[in-house]
Design a protein around this ligand. Structure first.
Ligand code: F6P
Ligand code: MN
Length: 335
């Protein structure tokens, strides 16, 4: 394709280089990419297609679903259930897992996804995205249950996100670095545009929802106060702040030019140890961030090492440029 490398070519060549990657996996990733193209088209049409606004329902987390949340969830299922590569799917928008119906063949992988992350941004036409994580279905399991999904993030075969921004991008890792593809709308292909993305170790940009500051724990308050103090404070340099309220956009910015993102544990709602969900937000993003040379932690432990106990569990997330995240981890140790 006009001297550029398409997603399919890229994955096939990876597959030849690393025998751990099978043809079945390549086909699965193509199905996921197809789903992202369909969602991209729907997001892009917006009001023209009548897809903006609320769906009039709540998801498992008790959050109001947008029409596009529901549509995106259906698209991911529709593009993947019949192809024979998956044993089951699980999503932010479904309380229970979705085993592949008996009328279709079952494959050896599990797909966990957030169909439309940052969906509060849809109606205001700001970037949203799809996040996904691919796991192996445990050996010998014919009837997968939620328990089979509860694998630590270190077990992920692949993680990725699609960003529906000014251009649509797909960013993936299979454990050999992070590569970014841009959707060429004119031919309908994802094209390799951002090979081997690396997060700079240092940054002067932080992202946190500061409206929660009165609920933060002392190490987070200390870190942010030091950033805010700028040149005349202990850090002796000025910092800049960003908050898109769309984790995909936030992580993409960090992959592009560095930064630190925090959605820390706070005391706002003691029943929730964090805002973001481990299986389909924190784990895939942590895999990507680590593969790009960054760090991802709850402040107390590496996110990828957490043994999940629930499909929809929440965790504190602090990720991005190595030296800044390490500093926040250090502040947690000291407090
Ligand atoms: O799905 C969670 C999410 O939408 C993330 O994309 C984003 O980082 C966060 O929630 C925004 O939270 P808040 O509404 O508190 O700013
Ligand atoms: Mn989300």
């Amino acid at each position: 394709m006009y001297n550029s490398v398409s997603l399919t070519q890229f994955i096939l060549e990876e597959q030849r280089r690393y025998s751990a990657v099978s043809g079945e996996f390549t086909a699965l990733l193509n199905d996921v990419a197809t789903a992202c193209k369909v969602i991209s088209a729907a997001v892009n049409k917006g009001a023209l297609a009548g897809v903006l606004g609320g769906a009039g329902s709540d998801n498992v987390q008790g959050e109001a679903q947008k029409k596009l949340d529901v549509i995106s969830n259906d698209v991911v299922i529709g593009c993947n259930e019949w192809t024979g590569h998956l044993a089951a799917l699980a999503s932010e928008e479904m309380e229970e897992i979705y085993p592949i119906p008996a009328k279709y063949p079952r494959g050896k992988y599990l797909l966990v996804f957030d169909p439309l992350d940052g969906s509060s941004n849809i109606d205001v036409n700001i970037s949203v995205g799809t996040i996904f994580s691919i796991l192996r279905c445990p050996e010998g399991v014919k009837e997968p249950t939620a328990k089979d999904f509860l694998q630590p993030g270190t077990q992920q075969v692949c993680a990725g996100y699609a960003l529906y921004g000014p251009s649509t991008m797909l960013v993936i890792t299979t454990g050999n670095g992070v590569d970014g593809f841009t959707l060429d709308q004119s031919v309908g292909e994802f094209v390799l545009t951002h090979p081997k993305m690396k997060i700079p170790a240092d940054t002067k940009e932080f992202a946190i929802n500061a409206s929660n500051s009165r609920f933060w724990e002392p190490p987070v308050t200390r870190y942010i106060n030091e950033c805010l103090a700028g040149k005349t404070g202990p850090r002796k340099q000025d910092f800049n702040m960003r908050w898109v309220a769309s984790m995909v956009a936030e992580v993409h910015r960090i992959l592009t030019r560095g930064g630190i993102f925090l959605y820390p544990r706070d005391t706002k709602d003691p029943s929730k140890p964090g805002r973001l969900r481990l299986m389909y937000e924190a784990n895939p993003m942590s895999f990507i961030v680590e593969q790009a040379g960054g760090v991802s932690s709850t402040g107390r432990e590496r996110i990828l090492d957490i043994q999940p106990d629930n499909l929809h569990q929440r965790v504190p997330v602090i990720l991005g440029s190595k030296n800044e995240v390490d500093r926040v981890i250090q502040y947690h140790k000291e407090s």
